[in-house]
Structures are given as structure tokens and as C-alpha cells.
Unconditional design. Sequence first.
Length: 61
Amino acid sequence: MIRCGFCKKGIDETMEAEWSEYFTEIFCCPDCATTYYYNMAMSRPLEVEEIREILNKEEED
Ligand SMILES: [Zn+2]
């Protein structure tokens, strides 16, 4: 059985499955796919303070 690369659920044709050419991985739904992509990219939301810091640095350059 082919399983989702994120939640490990078995894939069937009723699902809104996603394929990643980059990771050569199949996912059972867009949510599993995007969560996996975010994890692999080590992506996270920024705190307001962090955004300010980045914007300040940009101005100094
Ligand atoms: Zn899944």
C-alpha cells in the first residue's frame, strides 16, 4: 500500500492527493503536503519583534 509521506495514511483515489517532484513523495491531501514542505524548509512564523529586527537591519544596509 502506498502511504502519505506525512501522516502515513494509505492513499486511495478518492483523496485529493498531492505529488512532490522535488521530494519524490506522495501526500493524501494538500494540508499534509504543505505541512511537510514547511517542515523540510524549517519554516516558521516570525514574531513581531523579529520582523522589526529584520526591517531595522535592512535600513542599516
Ligand atoms: Zn496525509
